[in-house]
Design a protein around this ligand. Sequence first.
Ligand code: SF4
Length: 363
Amino acid sequence: MNVIEARKSKQVLVGPVVIGGDAPISVQSMCATDTRDVKKTLEEIGRLEEAGCDIVRVAIPDPEAAQALVRICRKSPIPVVADIHFDYRLAVSAIRAGADKIRINPGNMRDHNGLSKIVKEARKACIPIRVGVNAGSLDRKLVDEYGGITPEALAASAVLAVRELERLDFTDIVVSAKASSPKLMIETYRLLSDAIVYPLHLGVTEAGTTSEGVVRSAVGIGTLLAEGIGDTIRVSLTADPVEEVRAGFAILKALELRQRGATLISCPTCGRTEVPLMEIAEEMEKRLLNIREPIKVAVMGCVVNGPGEAREADVGIAGGRDHFVLFRHGEVIRKISQENAVDELTAEIKSILAERGDRSGSE
Ligand code: SF4
């Protein structure tokens, strides 16, 4: 049983994916392609779906992109969210094109008549609207009123937009309030979790490249999820969006909120290591990427902590002098040479997955 007590939010449906309430935390990403290039966008969506992405967002900067959405939505294997800034007419077109959700930014969409037109279309299509506040485009009036881009100002921006939608009798809402500072974003979402009942989409925006961005996202998103706050997540990276999905699942796996794919446990190595552990761990990490089933794999350097960790895992190896001991489900299977360690461990993983009926394997 997970001891994290989740905040109970209202549920909304994005295509067949449930966000909020008791639903699993969904993982989102955003295409980096030009939306007008339908082929490339669909290819990217396919790779994201393979990696486990539940919901994908695409940018709709112009009418041509909204038009392309018709074919993208028809063929996408996962629900598609249309990202709209400035122009309510693009939101209306995107909804008509088949978007499963619309993201609007209250900081740059202030036309009340436009909002009511978006609401009318969203209601007709039975799709939710995400109010997506961003610290970088916060309404100037709120910045002045709160004396800067503060958690209170960000939360107020989101709440004002939510209240406006409620006044239009629309409650199919998801809310986000992202900032590039994990601290600012954490404090903002804490305020929001008390102020509104709608599901929260968590993210640290403009988090950076993979190495820095994953850490910043894990701190921001992970802290909130550990407090039971958050219903859906997106890790934003300056990288292939597939990395965002992998990082998203890594955060959820670390908190035992969702399981997907392999978890590699490997030791940092030290003066006791007598095998080329770093190379072996790196190679194993690559081979584990395509596995969908949860499986714990340990790659340990020596007999001090090695056998203990290797035994806890589904399968693992612990190094000795120029060789490894292979464990499976806590049992020593055999000694293997360091040259064959990667292949033999891979074969063992395949055999465990085959026994469970998962043919995705480790390539
Ligand atoms: S498992 Fe062994 S080799 Fe690895 S860090 Fe610990 S003591 Fe060192």
